[in-house]
Write a protein that binds this ligand. Structure first.
Ligand SMILES: [Zn+2]
Length: 154
């Protein structure tokens, strides 16, 4: 089972997204709403394919296109963080839609948040030192998660 967000927090995030989608004139089908729910309920940064697979038992008529379209709309609204990987599928975080650091397991693909308190200050320093206006950043720590590390221990 993927780790999940507390039910109250996930529900509040879904309500927030529904409000924003309606305000922009988007139609909310039961399938789209279900996609929002899975995204808001997940802390494991699922891929679009994983979202689709989690919904298929309950929504056999759901098409992968609905998942992709819903994610595209959220992206256009700046309400989902997309993490691209050269190898493997893009992964998504609808709960923290702004740049934030992650830990990535190179063996099983586990992906979790890791709070780096100094990061905002570092971004400001980079901007001040270079004249760049920093719009986003990407910090990933790659390695083996505890389960994969134990598997490899001799
Ligand atoms: Zn994240």
């Amino acid at each position: 089972m993927p780790p999940s967000v507390s039910p109250g927090r996930a529900a509040a995030r879904v309500d927030d997204l529904v409000r924003q989608l309606r305000a922009r004139g988007h139609r909310l089908t039961p399938q789209r709403l279900a996609v929002l729910r899975v995204l808001a309920d997940s802390t494991d940064h699922p891929s679009a394919e994983q979202v689709y697979q989690r919904l298929r038992p309950t929504y056999p008529m759901l098409s992968p296109a609905t998942v992709y379209k819903t994610i595209d709309v959220l992206k256009a609204m700046g309400q989902i963080l997309e993490l691209e990987f050269r190898e493997g599928a893009n992964r998504y975080d609808v709960n923290i839609p702004v740049s934030h650091p992650h830990l990535v397991c190179t063996s099983c693909g586990r992906l979790e948040d890791f709070d780096v308190a100094e990061l905002d200050r570092l971004a400001e320093r980079a901007a001040a030192a270079t004249g760049f206006r920093v719009l986003r950043h990407r910090l990933d720590f790659y390695g083996l998660c505890p389960a994969c590390r134990d598997d490899r221990a001799d």
